[in-house]
Design a protein around this ligand. Structure first.
Ligand SMILES: *Cc1c(COP(=O)(O)O)cnc(C)c1O
Length: 343
């Protein structure tokens, strides 16, 4: 048995980051109230700041991105509805089918024919078909659920002009649009636009504070004030009412201060992909912080990396390296060194 070299380098997800001292201090000092009874002041500050950043009138903090998406889909969908989302979208593949069995909508995946993670307007239009109308016995397409960045497509970004074209098609057909923006901050930094430039026209958007920004927990769901009032009730129904949530919202506020730091993770991802390509690996050109590598012998390659003390996860038949704020440029060099010399 070989011992793993120390330290382990963890690329499994950008959720493995740990709150640092600054964040813990902010959590310790947070002003709090009972957010189920009559509100928590720190959570209120976070919700207002997040809404403004996302270009939406109102926002609601949630314990997770999965809950934010489930709340949105539960409010947008009714049983007998169909919704469209790019193939491999988190709401289709990573939320255990809750879109269907809790929110009540059938998912139909859209192919990525405009580029990684992105359908063309033509593909969207064809998939919408009769949209929200049609005979009483057929599914009715009522919702488009976009994802920016698209996780399983390798953190792929949808730029504002493509977003606008997809929105135009969806709105013309009478669809509601939800944007899963778990990593919207990443897309905004990569495209050098404000996050609000990527939410134009949507009815709701979710975004995470725990994906590469260092917060231990927390997401936000944003939309109209009426939608957010209904979302607050749905959150309660799902058991997501958190009392002194300010302790957690304080961490999310620190996370928001760190959005610009994501550029460093993106540079490190590019460095990692370049090094792997030089070593003969077939990799994507990372648009943000995710590097996907092809592996003919996936199981063998995963074991080999584990033996080198490099932790990764498989995704759709490929190896996924997720770069985050707890990995430095030196960690990337060390990773490449281990891979080059690992036999
Ligand atoms: C991680 C992720 C979520 C869910 O976030 P959690 O906070 O882990 O529940 C939703 N959508 C996408 C695209 C994600 O990557």
């Amino acid at each position: 048995m070989t011992l793993s070299p120390d330290p382990l380098i963890d690329f499994r997800s950008d959720t493995v980051t740990r709150p640092d001292d600054v964040m813990r201090q902010a959590m310790a000092k947070a002003e709090v109230g009972d957010n189920v009874l009559d509100g928590d002041p720190t959570t209120a500050v976070l919700e207002e700041r997040a809404a403004r950043l996302l270009g939406m009138p109102a926002a609601l903090w949630t314990p997770s991105g999965t809950m934010a998406n489930l709340i949105a889909l539960s409010l947008h969908l009714q049983r007998g509805d169909r919704f469209l989302a790019p193939r491999g979208a988190h709401v289709i593949t990573d939320e255990l089918g809750s879109a269907a069995w809790l929110a009540g909508g059938m998912a139909d995946p859209l192919e990525h024919d405009a580029g990684p993670g992105r359908p063309t307007p033509e593909t969207l239009s064809a998939a919408i078909g009769g949209g929200p109308t049609g005979p009483y016995y057929s599914l009715r397409t009522t919702l488009l659920c976009l994802e920016n960045t698209h996780n399983s497509a390798g953190g792929a970004v949808t730029p504002p002009d493509e977003h606008a074209r997809l929105l135009a098609v969806a709105k013309e057909a009478g669809l509601t649009v939800h944007l899963d923006g778990a990593r919207l901050w990443h897309a905004a930094v990569a495209l050098e636009v404000p996050p609000a430039a990527l939410t134009v026209g949507v009815d709701s958007v979710s975004a995470c504070f725990s994906k590469g920004l260092g917060a231990p927990v927390g997401s936000v769901l944003a939309g109209s004030p009426e939608f957010i009032e209904r979302a607050r009730r749905m959150r309660q129904m799902l058991g997501g009412g958190v009392r002194q949530s300010g302790v957690l919202a304080a961490a999310c506020l620190v996370a928001l201060d760190r959005v610009d730091d994501l550029a460093e993770s993106h540079e490190n991802a590019t460095r990692l992909a370049g090094g792997l390509a030089e070593h003969g690996w077939e990799v994507n050109e990372p648009e943000t912080n995710i590097v996907l590598a092809a592996a003919p012998d996936l199981e063998g390659r995963l074991k080999w990396l584990e033996g080198l003390g490099i932790r990764v996860l498989p995704t759709a038949g490929r190896i996924r390296f997720v770069v985050h704020r707890d990995l430095s440029a030196a960690d990337i060099e060390e990773t490449l060194h281990r891979i080059r010399t690992g036999g």
